[in-house]
Design a protein around this ligand. Structure first.
Ligand SMILES: Nc1ncnc2c1ncn2[C@@H]1O[C@H](COP(=O)(O)OP(=O)(O)O)[C@@H](O)[C@H]1O
Ligand SMILES: N[C@@H](CCC(=O)OP(=O)(O)O)C(=O)O
Length: 384
């Protein structure tokens, strides 16, 4: 891009877990095959963050671009969905190999479709897998599963996928590395007078109207999908930082929490966003009755509901459903997303977490309701 204006230095919000989205243009520069040219500095940032005790989930594009470059000598109809899917299948492995060549830690490939993220059970399974990968100190590299996604199941762009993954893994920052250094007042390719915007406190309709489409063959969504992603993240309580992934000094600055780019503020804290959702989400599908000890423990707002404190379950709810939690007398204690279905909860009532596997023959984890998915009555009263 010819326009380059000095951006003010900003401080990144405090973060411990981030999702970093890297677009095709950074990995397949100039419309060619994959190149480590810009990926190297981004991988170094991930490594340094990890050394600082932080976790990064990478959402990487580049499969289609890599596939297209591999078949350059053959005629490929790159426009149709099936051709795009074939190119993605071809390029997925080289894209992962590129990141593996730049990372001392093992790299894990995670392919997701829109359907996986809409389906309650698969959403929870994807979340459990990503949490486990992070606990294993592996670098998860997420991409859309283009091969199986038909049009209506496609997210279509990795900007939105990255925002959903950020909420999925409970990240506290979304980082979007692109080939443009900021959001501009208009598409800088078409409007030389466009000016950069370094801070967006609220994504208003006039800000959304600034976005144009992608500037290249490799890129998909342009600024529009980046703003959609920032809006999704903001609603989940996660701020977004957009920056130029080609600029070594900018990428290096991130290691020291310095941002040269655009910072989109979160609409509320992650905790508030989650509690707000739990309070206002559609009525629970059932109730879990808990004993006095668990009622007292849950009131602290810091613990999960374990099977040992469960007295019983009413209604027919499934794994992932929102349930009411009530005390022995039926008084509301809170609401939360249940890791087990009603029949499973009834079988686990009063048992120790370590018995889950022997009782059910499998386990979705030690918690019946994880503390991240739980809002107590007093927390819900504190949200508007
Ligand atoms: N208002 C805007 N501000 C900045 N860039 C914009 C704007 N509108 C459109 N763009 C274009 O969006 C492009 C980045 O999106 P895209 O090509 O999809 O890249 P990526 O591969 O990083 O997702 C920029 O190169 C720029 O040409
Ligand atoms: N899943 C596709 C990427 C789609 C996409 O959003 O691309 P981009 O706009 O470059 O982030 C691929 O790996 O090629």
């Amino acid at each position: 891009m010819s326009v380059r204006v000095e951006l003010p230095e900003q401080v990144l919000p405090r973060w411990r877990r981030a999702v970093l989205k890297v677009g095709s243009n950074l990995l397949a520069a100039d419309g060619g095959g994959l190149t480590p040219r810009y990926a190297e500095a981004l991988a170094a940032f991930i490594t340094a963050s990890h050394a600082d005790g932080r976790q990064v989930v990478l959402v990487s594009s580049g499969a289609v671009a890599a596939g297209r470059a591999l078949l350059r000598q053959h005629a490929v109809d790159g426009g149709g969905l099936a051709a795009r899917q074939a190119l993605a299948a071809l390029g997925q492995a080289p894209m992962i190999a590129l990141w593996q060549s730049l990372s001392a830690r093992p790299v894990a490939q995670v392919l997701l479709t829109h359907d996986d993220l809409r389906n309650r059970r698969r959403y929870l399974n994807a979340r459990a897998t990503l949490r486990e990968l992070l606990a294993l100190n592996v670098l998860p590299v997420v991409n859309e599963n283009d091969t199986v996604a038909v049009d209506e199941l496609k997210l279509g762009d990795n900007d939105n996928l990255a925002a959903i993954v950020a909420a999925l893994v409970d990240a506290d920052l979304l980082l979007i590395a692109s080939d443009v250094d900021a959001l501009y007042s208009a598409d800088p390719r078409h409007d030389p007078a466009a000016t950069p915007i370094s801070h967006v406190p609220v994504l208003t309709p006039s800000i959304l109207a600034m976005a144009g489409g992608s500037g290249s063959v490799a890129g998909t969504g342009g600024m529009r999908t980046k703003l959609e992603a920032a809006a999704k993240a903001a609603a989940a309580g996660i701020p977004t930082a957009l920056f130029d992934g080609r600029d070594a000094a900018t990428v290096q600055g991130l290691q020291h929490d310095r941002l040269y780019g655009t910072l989109f503020a979160a609409a509320s804290s992650r905790m508030q966003a989650r509690k707000y959702w739990l309070r206002h989400a559609p009525a629970a599908a059932g109730r879990i009755r808990i004993d006095a000890g668990a009622t007292l423990a849950l009131a602290s707002g810091r613990v999960s509901l374990l099977p040992g404190g469960v007295l019983g379950a009413e209604g027919e709810f499934h794994r992932g459903d929102l349930v009411e939690i009530v005390d022995a007398t039926g008084r509301p204690v809170g609401r939360g997303l249940c890791q087990y279905g009603a029949a499973e909860v009834r079988r686990l009532a009063g048992r120790h977490s370590r018995e889950i596997e022997s009782v059910l023959g499998y386990s979705y984890g030690a918690e019946v309701v994880h503390r991240d998915d739980l809002a107590t009555v007093s927390e819900m009263e504190a949200t508007t």
